[in-house]
Design a protein around this ligand. Structure first.
Ligand code: SER
Length: 879
């Protein structure tokens, strides 16, 4: 039975039993956290979880799948990367009994495989399935196996899963190991797991708990390759009609034959499997790259090329095999034909790329192996593996395979470290466009003669041709995934930053690659340059691209731009005609407007401006764009920017009868689209120039909501109505200030009480009391008051006080008049001591202050100060 007949029979069988056939989903899953589609049930997950309504409760499909776990194993007789899964699904409809009965009926009646060939397995706790197989289907108990392994899912850490029942095919004792324990689950190859019936009843939560699903579901999957092997009675999947034509084509290209030499066979199988995988991956939109699914593609493609070389093939050959794949599979997967051209281009490019370095890379590898073996080493250093990767394009796994073949291993951790170092280097260089802006100017000169046609007023998507590709320092012919580039197109819908309006972002998609545009600018007024990074695949000069502007962001910019014109018009009405635009920034959701005005705009003026703008928004005035001669536009009163150069014909943007400006920017078509404008600040930028900032559209609404919430929360905390909030805060501030004053007074009193004894006990130096003490006071004001207070009490003497307030040290020195007459100079004392505290100070002979940031030396400073006073009293000069 041909594989095409098996496919047909399967679908017919389940259609007769009320199943609706759904198409295979793409190999690129919709769930962004999943690398590739690995099972038919993936597209059913939202139905299993009850999140979406299925088109029908019984579904069936033939799903293309790609599994990466076994890539390195591929080459033996059973492991595969790409395969097709035949499945039937019940979304809360039938359950175990029907799933088992139908599988059995299909295998034994429709396909006519003798019943004694089949061995079901069940989960040890699943008594129902065991009973059903034995008593209802009639499989003898000795052919039913209970295996702990019979549990399937989830895909990833969380998701639907459940016990399963597998149906294994017995290929016969001649394929087996002969051990008494041999049975389904033994890896000797006698038993072939053919069909898996999963009873999806649980959902695994992130914390590991199993929650029952809202309904019980069925998910089954049968490998088309395996059932074809059985039905075609061949020795391995590679001899079925799903592989053999590809394998023999590869053999013909290489001039070898299958089944003559084990090593050759292995390479042929690698090539046959990988040719299928590569073709399907590329057709579903994957590009070779160094990351994610692009890396999976690169890995299998390069591995196939390497095995081609082992067979002596030195020219590109995978395109030829892709043709066979297209021929074999396009009736089921029509996108293979649609993508034919692209398939050839992408495959050939990657193949040629790798072919160029493969031979030298292999030579390098061999030299390395020699060297290591001579030195008695058995591990390939990470740096060397990285060099093979970086310079010769060897995926790490390829180096590992090569190493295994000669009995070596690779230092994987060392490789990862080297890779990380390289990533850091490229991160560090990512900003280099800006650093090199000056020397880049020369690169742009070549485009000066070819103005870019801007088509972005009318649409956000356009086809165009790449006319220039620039790297950081030189023009390029081609750039590939990861490269930073600047791209010039013959025409573009991307707005290049100008007139205050920021440039667009978006994507450029060619047949072979995708570039993410992060910024669009104009090195000269006529040339538009898209700056960004190749995300997937590659692009080259001369290629056609579809240029797609990020639409939501552009819409937000349009709102801001029209809002800017409204703010300008409102300003002039409220502040007078002398308020002239001096600059602006038009960005998504926000704007900044600089204008000449001699003084701060008053709150009531701001309110009036904002009200005018929002009234115009509500009036939903039309925005009209016209081209007319400059003189005519100016005569009609259109506003022009002072100092700006305009051509003979200008673009005039008129908003109802509110505003008319010369402007090249993008605007909404009616002011109502702006939604709302909220002024957020008014500041000064230079003398005579003020700046208004505003939010627009949804961002303005969000901000207003936040402010309302803050006000409501604060009012609630203070137990007043929102309207009385400001008044209440003012009242509280007054109360707080009064309390602070009172507190300071009390603190001073307390400090004084403690300080008085200091005066009384102060030792005298030649009859003059000298007080030098550290006090804890809340503020400098208190320290000062305290000082005065003590000076009065001391009658005759010197008072030096130190304190630490929030880690800063403060010193105060006071002397009575007679002490000054005896030679004391408070100013000099402080001047001398303050540096100890890391600061400065000084003052008059009777009163001085100082301090510094280092409070830890306060005691020392006080001691030095006292010594200084004593010296002064003794009439000694300071050294
Ligand atoms: N999800 C199960 C599997 O992949 C049955 O389809 O084996």
């Amino acid at each position: 039975m041909k594989s095409s007949e098996i496919r047909r029979a399967f679908i017919d069988f389940f259609a007769e039993r009320g199943h609706l056939q759904v198409p295979s989903s793409s190999l690129i899953p919709t769930d962004p956290t999943v690398l590739l589609t690995t099972a038919g049930m993936q597209q059913m997950v939202p139905y299993f979880l009850g999140l979406e309504r299925p088109p029908h409760t019984r579904l069936t499909s033939i799903q293309k799948c790609f599994r990466t776990v076994d890539i390195d194993e591929v080459g033996d007789e059973s492991h595969l990367t790409f395969f097709e899964m035949l499945g039937n699904f019940s979304i809360g409809d039938y359950f175990k009994a029907e799933a088992i009965s139908w599988a059995w009926e299909f295998l034994t009646k429709w396909l006519g495989v003798p019943p004694e060939r089949w061995y079901p397995t069940v989960h040890p706790d699943d008594d129902f399935s065991y009973w059903y197989w034995r008593d209802k289907i009639g499989v003898p108990a000795e052919r039913i196996f209970k295996l702990e392994d019979n549990w399937w899912g989830p895909v990833g850490a969380t998701g639907p899963n459940g016990p399963d029942s597998e149906i294994h095919y017995d290929r016969g004792p001649e394929f087996g190991c002969g051990k008494p324990t041999c049975g389904p689950g033994c890896d000797c190859g006698r038993f072939l797991e053919t069909w898996n019936l999963v009873f999806m009843e649980f959902y695994k939560e992130p914390d590991g708990t199993q929650r029952p699903l809202p309904r019980k579901n069925i998910d089954t999957g049968m490998g088309l390759e395996r059932i074809s092997l059985i039905m075609q009675g061949v020795g391995s999947v590679f001899e079925t009609d799903l592989f053999y034509p590809i394998l023999t084509e590869a053999a013909t290209i290489a001039g070898v034959r299958y089944k003559e030499d084990g090593r050759v066979d292995r390479s042929l199988r690698v090539i046959a499997d990988h040719a299928r995988g590569v073709t399907f991956l590329v057709a579903d939109g994957v590009f070779p790259s160094n990351e994610g699914r692009g890396y999976v593609l690169r890995r299998v493609l390069r591995r196939a090329v390497r095995h081609g070389r082992l067979l002596g093939i030195e020219r590109p050959f995978l395109g030829q095999l892709a043709e066979i794949v297209i021929e074999l599979f396009s009736c089921y997967y029509p996108n293979l034909v649609e993508q034919r051209e692209r398939l050839h281009r992408v495959i050939l490019h990657e193949e040629e790329h790798f072919q160029r370095t493969l031979a030298t890379g292999l030579a390098r590898f061999e030299a390395l192996v020699d060297q290591l073996q001579h030195a008695g080493e058995s591990i390939i250093p990470g740096d060397e593996a990285f060099r093979l990767y970086d310079t010769y394009g060897f995926p790490l796994e390829l180096t590992e395979e090569l190493a295994r073949e000669v009995g070596l291993t690779v230092d994987r951790a060392g490789f990862e470290r080297a890779l990380e170092r390289q990533r850091e280097r490229s991160r560090a260089s990512a900003g280099r466009f800006a650093d090199r802006q000056r020397e880049r100017a020369g690169l742009y000169a070549q485009f000066a003669e070819r103005p870019t046609e801007f088509v972005g007023y009318e649409r956000l998507e356009a086809e165009a041709t790449i006319v220039g590709l620039l790297g950081i320092t030189q023009p390029l012919e081609e750039a590939e995934a990861g490269d930073q580039v600047e791209i010039v197109l013959d025409r573009t819908p991307f707005y290049g930053e100008a007139g205050g309006q920021v440039g667009d972002t978006g994507e450029l998609r060619s047949e072979t690659g995708v570039v993410v545009v992060e910024e669009t600018h104009r090195p000269t007024p006529e040339v538009i340059v898209h700056r960004g990074q190749v995300r997937e695949g590659w692009v080259r000069v001369g290629q056609r691209v579809v240029a797609v502007v990020a639409a939501e962001r552009r819409a937000a910019i349009r709102r801001s731009h029209t809002a800017t014109h409204l703010v300008h018009a409102a300003l002039r009405r409220v502040l007078g005609e002398q308020a002239r635009q001096a600059g602006s920034l038009v960005a998504p959701d926000r704007l900044r407007f600089d204008f000449t005005h001699p003084e701060a705009v008053q709150p009531d003026q701001l309110e009036a401006i904002e009200k005018l703008v929002n009234d115009w928004i509500v009036s939903d005035a039309p925005v009209a764009v016209r081209y007319q001669p400059l003189g005519e536009a100016l005569a009609e009163g259109a506003m022009a920017l002072f100092g700006e150069k305009y051509g003979p014909v200008v673009r005039v943007v008129a908003i109802g009868d509110v505003s008319k400006e010369l402007c090249g920017g993008t605007h909404v078509s009616h002011t109502g689209e702006i939604g709302y404008v909220l002024l957020t600040s008014e500041t000064s930028v230079a003398s005579g120039v003020r700046r208004l900032e505003a939010l627009t559209g949804p961002a303005a609404v969000r901000r207003a909501r936040e402010l309302v919430d803050v006000a409501a929360r604060s009012a609630h905390l203070l137990h007043v109505a929102v309207e009385r909030l400001a008044e209440e805060v003012e009242r509280m501030q007054q109360r707080l200030r009064a309390q602070e004053r009172e507190l300071a007074r009390l603190a001073a009193e307390l400090a004084l009480e403690r300080a008085v004894p200091l005066v009384e006990q102060a030792p005298r130096v030649d009859g003059v009391r000298v007080v030098s003490a550290r006090l804890e006071v809340p503020s400098l004001a208190v320290l000062r008051r305290l000082g005065e207070e003590l000076r009065e009490r001391i009658g005759s003497g010197v008072i030096i006080l130190g304190t630490a307030i929030e880690n800063r040290a403060a010193l105060l020195a006071l002397a009575t008049r007679d002490a000054v007459e005896r030679g004391v100079d408070a100013g000099r004392v402080v001047e001398r001591v303050a540096p100890l505290l890391g600061g400065r100070g000084g003052g008059r002979a009777d009163r001085a202050e100082g301090g510094g940031g280092d409070a830890s030396r306060l005691e020392e400073a006080l001691a030095v100060a006292r010594a200084e006073v004593e010296r002064q009293l003794r009439g000694e000069a300071t050294s």
